[in-house]
Design a protein around this ligand. Structure first.
Ligand SMILES: [Zn+2]
Length: 75
């Protein structure tokens, strides 16, 4: 089974937990330092999602009138 990085939200400690992909979804491992279960899975390096600048947000296709029926612009 792969290793996943978790970070304790209580003390900030990052630690590794061995779990299956299925288990990882709702896994709340215990922090080895403060024994808190308030832990969060960290996204691994291969799955980093970059935040796009808000200025380049997703724009509606076409004229943006809300009509997307394929008839073109609302004008
Ligand atoms: Zn902790």
């Amino acid at each position: 089974m792969p290793l996943y990085d978790f970070q304790c939200q209580s003390c900030g400690r990052v630690f590794e937990v061995r779990a299956s992909i299925k288990q990882r979804e709702d896994l709340k491992p215990e922090c080895p330092v403060c024994h808190s279960h308030d832990t969060e899975a960290l996204i691994t390096a291969g799955l980093v999602i970059l935040n796009k600048p808000s200025g380049a947000a997703i724009a509606p296709s076409g004229c943006g009138c809300g009509s997307n029926s394929g008839s073109g612009c609302c004008g």
